[in-house]
Design a binder for this molecule. Structure first.
Ligand SMILES: Cc1cc2nc3c(=O)[nH]c(=O)nc-3n(C[C@H](O)[C@H](O)[C@H](O)COP(=O)(O)O)c2cc1C
Length: 194
């Protein structure tokens, strides 16, 4: 079981959201020592979109067998989940949204079939965008929070870092990297799962 599951949501490697994730992870390691870290890179997943076939309707189990089985396991086992993603057209990038939609079976399990919720856990969302407008963050974080709720995971820490477009833009913002480090510490210390 990993202490931290990191979900990389960007379409590109080593961009702004990856840098913020690294800053957060470094801080977590400083605070907690040897944390075990598992990673999902959404753009590399070999998965198909939800077919809305209702194959999960009576069981709460997805009938499509692909890499999502591993993703479900990783998301269920991690003590904390940390997501880093850019805003794409006011939402999360498509490959991350494809992954999220495949959690419909969890929604069915809890809300349609009334199965007991999974143990309460905590998550952090680090979001970047080129624009300054926080409405893009509002809509992206609503997607993330709604998805996490199907796992009974509270997004206790959510941060938006605007004005970042080129992958190296983050270098001009040591303040953002420091904030991501502080946010990561808050994730670990955060005890209020209500
Ligand atoms: C397809 C696409 C759509 C985007 N849509 C938005 C948007 O709606 N709002 C915004 O602020 N930035 C938008 N951006 C800019 C990215 O959020 C920005 O470049 C971000 O820094 C990328 O993060 P990364 O370096 O982690 O990949 C978009 C970028 C792409 C490629």
């Amino acid at each position: 079981m990993a202490d931290i599951l990191v979900i990389r949501g960007s379409a590109r490697r080593r961009g702004n959201s990856d840098s913020l994730l690294e800053a957060g992870l470094d801080e977590l390691n400083n605070v907690e020592g040897d944390l075990t870290v598992d990673t999902i890179t959404a753009r590399n997943l070999n998965i198909t979109p939800c077919r809305s076939c209702h194959g999960c309707w009576e069981t709460g189990v997805c009938v499509v067998k692909d890499q999502m089985q591993q993703v479900y396991q990783q998301c269920l086992e991690a003590k904390h989940i940390v997501i880093g993603a850019p805003v794409y057209f006011t939402s999360v990038p498509g490959h991350l949204k494809v992954m999220i939609d495949r959690f419909q079976c969890f929604w069915v399990s809890t809300y349609r079939l009334g199965k007991p919720p999974r143990p309460r856990r905590n998550a952090m969302f680090l979001c970047v965008g080129a624009m300054e407008n926080t409405k893009f963050f509002d809509s992206s974080s609503l997607v993330i929070k709604t998805w996490l709720s199907t796992l009974n995971v509270k997004c206790g820490v959510a941060r938006f870092y605007p004005g970042l477009d080129a992958p190296e833009d983050i270098r001009e913002h040591p303040d953002y990297l420091e904030d991501a480090a502080r946010a990561a510490k808050k994730l670990i210390l955060f005890q209020d799962f209500a």
